[in-house]
Design a protein around this ligand. Structure first.
Ligand code: NAP
Length: 458
């Protein structure tokens, strides 16, 4: 039986690797999803066949409980809430790793070798800090907690003290060997606390990087658990999860011009003072969609900047309709894709692909930025932070340093959004008050529909 289990584990590992490979391209991403799910199903079945399992009752209860939480989460949560859902999945996965590690310690602490104790301690540290860190990320993404960085005086010293306490506890327990229940429970407590301190000072705009680093921590914790339980598949799956999370974090940091070390140790937000520009005395111009449609008569080049609001309004299909109408009037249309537009990496690409917008019309930030000065109209559809010039001009802003789309350089800017509300980072956007800007207030789908109707009747 053991040979069969190991063989199935190898098949699962291959499917996991293929899954990652296929998911890196839109064309093959569905295959990637299937391969990952099939690999996981095989891994579960093979594990259930292990001879050391004596009864299935508690396992069945766990499966029913997990499925009754996971299924509604997958079915009911909208696509715009995927980052929150991912944060919750990390929290549950990491909690499982932490609990398994703790159980192993309480059952077998006396018999562990020094390397096993080191591995177990790191697993517990990573598992529990990822649990609370991910819950906090969930609360921020769901806007249960403020999305701004939550800062307090001396926070770096507090974080450093808590993290050092974890390391000292681990060093003592490993050096002494044997069973130290009180110290072990203290390690759990400090790890839980450190997870909270890690995510607390991080603002909404930096959440994508945090989610991917928590992903990496959860993966590493599972991999360590694999060493502890002598389960090769868990080592491989955890390492794949950990390393892909790490690579994604590094890429996100590059895209958002953030220091990777700061993200790794929760240091983001430390130099930031949130200073909102006041709206007093600033003038906002707005037009109805019908009035705005006239502006397109003289336009030759249009860039559409999609953001979270397009996803929230499910306006991607009418964006495509608008593109077709404009092109029928010999107006060139391109789409500017910011790496963190929306609420998950590749969010805009997926939505626009769903609406059959040709891939060659989607232009990444570095290539589209030089094109803004020669653009007649930029149509910003439910985007905000990714266009905010404060990222370049205001060192006190939580967005400072993040590369943005140079929308301000276009000849005319039209913003479609429902109100003067802020974006995810929770800060005002000076661009709304620019003499070049006209606001088209309303739900993105409704406004775009009216624009299409007006343009068609011209
Ligand atoms: P954003 O800054 O959050 O702004 C979205 C805007 O859309 C809001 O100002 C909102 O204004 C408007 N909106 C919402 N619903 C709308 C609707 N139905 N119709 C029309 N407008 C609507 O979005 P973004 O510019 O795409 O920037 C993304 C932000 O999310 C960044 O701060 C990024 O760091 C963060 N983030 C990204 C990811 C990722 O991986 N992509 C993950 C997590 C967080 P009104 O309320 O006035 O309508």
């Amino acid at each position: 039986m053991e040979e069969i289990i190991q063989f199935v584990y190898i098949a699962s590992a291959v499917l996991f690797i293929l899954s990652l490979k296929w998911m890196s391209e839109v064309k093959t991403s569905r295959w990637g999803n299937w391969a990952g799910s099939a690999g996981m199903a095989l891994a579960i079945v093979a594990t259930l066949l292990k001879p050391e399992i004596h009864g299935y009752l508690w396992i069945a209860i766990g499966i029913v409980l997990g499925a009754s939480i996971g299924t509604p989460m997958a079915v009911l949560m909208p696509m715009t809430a995927v980052p929150q859902r991912t944060a919750l999945s990390h929290a549950f996965g990491a909690l499982a790793a932490g609990i398994v590690g703790s159980t192993e310690y309480f059952l077998k602490a006396d018999s562990f070798s020094l390397p096993q104790l080191v591995v177990l301690s790191i697993e517990v540290l990573l598992g529990f800090l990822t649990f609370t860190g991910s819950l906090l990320a969930f609360a921020k993404l769901q806007e249960i907690l403020p999305t701004r960085p939550i800062l307090y005086p001396g926070r770096n010293y507090v974080s450093l003290t808590v993290f050092s306490s974890c390391l000292l506890l681990i060093a003592y327990m490993v050096a002494k060997g044997g069973f130290h229940p009180f110290l072990f429970i203290s390690l759990i407590g400090f790890s839980l606390l450190f997870g909270i301190l890690l995510v607390l000072p991080i603002g909404g705009a930096d959440m994508p990087t945090v989610i991917s680093i928590l992903n990496a921590y959860a993966g590493l914790s599972s991999s360590f658990m694999g060493f502890l339980l002598n389960n090769k598949l868990l080592i491989i799956a955890g390492a794949l999860d950990g390393s892909s999370g790490l690579i994604l974090s590094i890429q996100m940091c590059k895209a958002m011009n953030r220091s990777f070390t700061n993200v790794l140790f929760g240091g983001m937000g430390q130099v930031l003072e949130v200073v909102d520009p006041s709206r007093d005395g600033k003038v906002v111009k707005s037009l109805s969609p019908r009035e705005a449609s006239i502006l397109f008569e003289a336009a030759k080049k249009v860039i559409v900047v999609p953001g979270y609001g397009m996803a929230a309004a499910q306006a991607q299909h009418v964006v495509k309709e608008l593109t077709d109408v404009l092109e029928s009037k010999n107006i060139e249309v391109k789409f500017a894709i910011h790496p963190v537009a929306g609420r998950m990496p590749g969010h805009m690409n997926v939505l626009l692909a769903e609406a059959d917008v040709p891939y060659d019309k989607l232009v990444e930030m570095e290539e589209i930025n030089p094109l803004f000065p020669e653009t007649d109209i930029v149509l910003v559809v439910g985007a905000n932070d990714i266009t905010n010039p404060a990222a370049k001009k205001n060192p006190g802003s939580p967005l400072y340093g993040m590369p943005i789309l140079d929308v301000e350089k276009a000849k005319q800017i039209l913003f479609i959004k429902r109100s003067m509300s802020t974006g995810f980072a929770g800060i005002d956007n000076d661009l709304f008050y620019s003499p070049k800007t006209i606001m088209l207030f309303g739900d993105a789908k409704k406004v775009l529909n009216e624009l299409v109707v007006s343009l068609n009747s011209q």
